[in-house]
Design a protein around this ligand. Structure first.
Ligand code: FAD
Ligand code: SF4
Length: 501
């Protein structure tokens, strides 16, 4: 009997596979599926990244002595696997539980059809076993408590039973605006090699109408290159990651963020490696506690928590729409063209590179979509195809759970909406905008300002059920009749114009 292992595009690291795979060197199967690439109009750079890193990985495995079967198909990969199993009666196949639902369904069907010859092993690319936490998360267990459990479990930043420094969370130190002219270190850029160049050509040929651009591709595509970036982040940016985590700056897109989600999410870097290095930097006095705690929390807290949420809530959660919004996503999310400077600044790095940082995603791009009553499932699709780091297990909880409140409050306690004040506080965008942040209503007023109050008024039922947010409804009600009318008029007009754009 010949043993084979099917490796999906987001499982590219043999250290996360059982030791027997490394030792026995079975046949490794990789499949490029155009059908999968066409499921959504995925960003061209995302496809280039996934295909190039898979090709590089397969080559490395071959160089390490593994027999490799690399297949390219217009079909879905389960068709290829079924063909292989039918033609080679002696073949036994192992796969690791895919992180995404649809792939899992497809592979499980193969397993059923070829009962006894196909083995599924559990996904080992994460810290937490979702089965342990699923029920609690479904019942509204907060991320903060899950995170504390993960801190205890991993021992990161712990002194026995107590958190390092006495607190679990130092976010109160992590809300600074970046001072004007503050130097930000540049991130390494990888030049496309022959393999990547070939993939770029192929993506342009296979997916010509997809979102974004394939030009100027600078992502790392091998583990070695990705580890270089991890080290660069730890040495040059981690220390200032915390304080400026929420800051946004005109013309600057990465700031002190790690830009590692892309590599963590397909396995080039394992989450444990990133956390180990960050904690080591703290222990060696190379990074402050609030930065390292913040970084660790994003990974063993948020990243793991959203995955458990996904496991707990699928598949029904795909259809949630708490506010029953039905509007289409405006054209600007494709073109980046808008007079709103914050929107165009946050859309630019997405269109160019399939990336923007967390606050841009949450407090600008999602915030605007909520305030203009866009169907959250449309927004979810957009986040899924437009970002290089997006996979359903991570994008869906962040959009339908966190940023749009579409699940009605399982993940978040209230919708993430804000007026222009928040954007003005955390960025210098408003200085470069045609709209006036100081104006509350009227044609040249910042749209976030009136749209925010309009939202509070229209969705008062949801806000009234939340102690803290109910305060905002009371504030709206205390406004003069004239102000209220102006807010509602400006909002109606803005939303109508947006629809015709
Ligand atoms: P850093 O700021 O350097 O953070 C470090 C790491 O923590 C990230 O690399 C990431 O792995 C992890 N992390 C931080 N926050 C989250 C979170 N909320 N959920 C999961 N992991 C987190 N992240 C994705 O990986 N893929 C997505 O498709 C995605 N979609 C998002 C959509 C919306 C609307 C929002 C609000 C957030 C989304 N996130 C997503 C989470 C987060 O914005 C990105 O992980 C982060 O911006 C990636 O950039 P970075 O590597 O520079 O992150
Ligand atoms: Fe955005 Fe309003 Fe500021 Fe313009 S004024 S950048 S629209 S928040």
């Amino acid at each position: 009997h010949e043993n084979a292992v099917f490796i999906l595009h987001d499982q590219l690291n043999l250290d996360a596979w059982p030791s027997r795979v490394r030792e026995e060197k079975p046949l490794l199967i990789f499949i490029e599926s155009a059908a999968k690439g066409n499921a959504l109009p995925y960003h061209k750079k995302k496809l280039v990244y996934l295909l190039s890193s898979m090709r590089h990985f397969a080559l490395e495995c071959a160089e390490a002595g593994f027999p490799v079967h690399y297949h390219s198909t217009q079909n879905h990969y389960d068709h290829v696997l079924k063909d292989l199993l039918s033609v080679n009666g002696d073949l036994n196949l192992t796969f690791m539980t895919p992180s995404e639902w649809d792939s899992r369904e497809r592979l499980r069907k193969v397993r059923t059809e070829y009962e006894g010859r196909v083995e599924e092993i559990s996904n080992n690319f994460f810290f937490a076993n979702p089965e342990e936490y699923k029920d609690r998360v479904k019942d509204g267990w907060l991320m903060e408590y899950f995170y504390r459990e993960m801190r205890r479990k991993t021992g990161y930043l712990m002194n026995g039973e107590n958190p390092e420094g006495g607190e679990w969370n130092y976010d109160d130190k992590n809300r600074e605006k970046l001072p004007e002219g503050y130097p930000v270190p540049a991130i390494a850029e990888t030049k496309p090699d022959e393999i990547t160049k070939e993939v770029i050509e192929m993506v342009e040929e296979w997916f010509p109408d997809h979102f974004g651009k394939s030009e100027i591709f600078t992502y790392a595509v091998t583990r070695r290159q990705a580890l270089y970036r991890l080290n660069e982040f730890i040495e040059e940016r981690l220390d200032e990651f915390g304080p400026y985590e929420d800051a946004m700056v005109q013309g600057k897109y990465d700031l002190f963020h790690s830009q590692l989600s892309v590599y963590l999410n397909n396995g080039l870097i394992l989450p444990k490696e990133a956390c180990d290095k960050a904690v080591e930097a703290y222990e060696n006095d190379n990074a402050r506690l609030n930065s390292v705690e913040g970084f660790i929390r994003q990974i063993i807290g948020w990243r793991e928590y959203v995955r458990v949420y996904y496991e707990a809530m699928m598949p029904d959660v795909r259809e949630v729409n708490h506010f029953n919004f039905t509007k289409k996503l405006p054209e600007m999310y494709w073109s980046g063209q808008t007079k709103m400077n914050c929107m165009s600044e946050c859309l630019k790095p997405v269109i160019d590179d399939g990336y923007s940082h967390h606050i841009q995603r949450l407090m600008v791009l999602s915030n605007f979509s909520n305030l203009t009553e866009i169907d959250p499932r449309e927004l979810n699709d957009w986040f899924h195809f437009a970002y290089v780091d997006a996979y359903e297990w991570v994008v869906l909880p962040n959009v339908l759970g966190m940023s749009t409140f579409a699940d009605g409050g399982v993940l978040a306690s209230k919708p993430y909406v804000s007026s222009g004040n928040y954007i003005n506080k955390m960025s210098n965008y408003c200085k470069h905008c045609d709209y006036k942040i100081s104006k509350k209503t009227g044609e040249d007023a910042c749209p976030f300002n009136y749209l925010y109050w309009n939202f509070i008024d229209k969705q008062r039922e949801t806000f009234s059920q939340n102690g803290r947010a109910n305060f905002m409804v009371n504030m709206f009600d205390k406004k003069s009749e004239e102000d209220k009318k102006a807010i509602l008029n400006s909002s109606d007009m803005f939303i109508k114009t947006l629809e015709t754009m």
